[in-house]
Each structure stands twice: as C-alpha cells, then as structure tokens.
Design a protein around this ligand. Structure first.
Ligand code: PEP
Length: 255
C-alpha cells in the first residue's frame, strides 16, 4: 500500500499578520516543485482569511487548516468557531485532540470525539492527534493510551469519513522539547495504531489511513523518521515556523 505522505505545519499561537502571510507564501513557493507529499498549514484563526486569499491567488496546492474547531453548528458558544465558519474562510482541514488542547486546555476524549465527528461530517480533513505523556511512556502504557484515545476519538466515525481522516501520533514528551521518538519507536507505535484502526474499520480501510509522526521533527531527522513504513508524514510545530526547514521536511517526505 502506498500512502501519499502528508506534512502539517502547526503554527500554534505564533506569527503576526505580516509574518504569517510571508511564511505561508514562502511555504507555497517552496513546495510548488519537488515534493510529492500533501502539505497543510495551520495558522492562528485571525490570519486564516488573509492566508487563504494568498494561497488562492498563487493557485497553491497547500491545504489551509485550522488548529481547532467547535462541534456545534452555531449559537451561544463564546469564543468558539464552527466547521462552516472555517470552510467559509477557505479551510479544508483541522486538527483535533492536539496534546496542548488535551493537557493545557483540558479537553477530554468526549469533546475531542464531538469535534472530530463534526469536522468529518462537515467535509474537512481531520487530523486526530493521540499520544502518551512521559510518565505513561515510562510505565509502558504507550500503546494502551494511543488505543484509548483512538477508540474514544473515533466513536461514530464510519467508512464514509475515512478518506478525510488522518491520525497524528504525537508523544507528549517529544512536543516542543527537542526530544524525538526514535524511528523504531515511531514505527512500533504507528503499527499498533494501525492495528487498532484495522479492528475498527477493517484491514483494507486501515491500510489507507495516513499516520503522521509529530514531536520535534526537524529538517535533520525527518528523512530517517519517514523511511519507516508506517510513518506517513509529520505534524510539525517549531520547525514549521522556519520556511526553509519546513520545506525541507516536506521534500524529505515526498522526495
Ligand atoms: C506539534 O505542535 O504538533 C509539534 C509536534 O510540535 P514540535 O514539532 O515543536 O514538537
């Protein structure tokens, strides 16, 4: 099974209007040749319309995504943003269950599940992030935690959603810390994730779902990680703010 790699750049709460626009343009220009991977960027909410227009103006294939979404269609949900609003400003993708949403904003599996379902039902590409903390890793719970987060996050997801579902394995201890899972660790965790997906959706469907690795991916370690047969791309935080590094990661995945 050949899966097209997908690389995501999660900008988190970084950039300003001018820097975000410049970054998006640099990424679009950098990946326009020499990469066979799909590339998505996830800027902060306020800059989405501006960046959407810039990507459209150059005919870029870069997918615009949001870092979060709320599951309700509309109404009294102060501060929240719906799937329809994201699509209205040109988004085609969204992240759910990112470790910072789980551990800093205290989102639980049920909320993450509702967001994931809303995103998939609304036609967005949805990257559901899963991953263990350092303590959970030390007590050998990596596979168990990933499985729990997958089964809970994907409750209600059906075959009709699967071509828009991406999973990101992001060990919490590796995010923004400079510590990276070894390629073998990533391969093992991804294999278990795919086994869970096979149990949920069948072997053939599971074989088509992309599983990204995330956690301190850099231009220097990307190629080695992405050589692993179960690693179908990367979700990149810090390095996605440096256009040359991010483009190099995209090319390492799709070269
Ligand atoms: C992330 O934000 O999903 C991430 C993996 O961050 P970093 O690459 O900085 O570890």
């Amino acid at each position: 099974m050949t899966r097209t790699p997908i690389i995501g750049g999660n900008w988190k709460m970084n950039t300003d209007r001018a820097a975000g626009l410049a970054l998006a343009k640099a990424v679009a220009a950098g990946v326009s040749t020499g990469t066979k991977s799909e590339v998505a960027i996830y800027p902060p909410f306020p800059y989405l319309p501006l960046i959407s227009e810039a990507l459209c103006a150059t005919g870029s294939q870069v997918i615009l995504g949001a870092q979060d979404v709320y599951h309700a269609e509309k109404g009294a949900f102060t501060g929240e943003v719906s799937v329809a609003m994201l699509k209205d400003v040109g988004c085609r993708a969204v992240l759910t269950g990112h470790s910072e949403r789980r551990h800093v904003l205290h989102e639980g599996d049920d909320l993450i599940n509702m967001k994931t379902l809303a995103a998939l039902n609304g036609g967005l590409i949805c990257t559901l992030c899963v991953g263990e903390t350092l303590h959970q890793r030390e007590v050998n719970e990596t596979d168990h935690i990933n499985e729990r987060q997958l089964r809970a996050g994907l409750r209600g997801v059906t075959a009709a959603h699967l071509d828009r579902l991406v999973i990101a394995y992001e060990p919490v201890w590796a995010i923004g810390t400079g510590k990276t899972a070894t390629p073998a660790d990533a391969q093992n965790a991804h294999s278990h994730i795919r086994a869970v997906l096979a149990d949920l959706f069948g072997n053939d469907a599971a074989a088509k779902i992309r599983i990204q690795y995330g956690g301190s991916v850099t231009a220097a370690n990307a190629a080695e990680l992405m050589k692993q047969p179960e690693v179908d791309g990367a979700l990149v935080g810090g390095a996605s703010l440096k256009p040359d590094d991010f483009v190099a990661i995209c090319k390492a995945a799709g070269g």
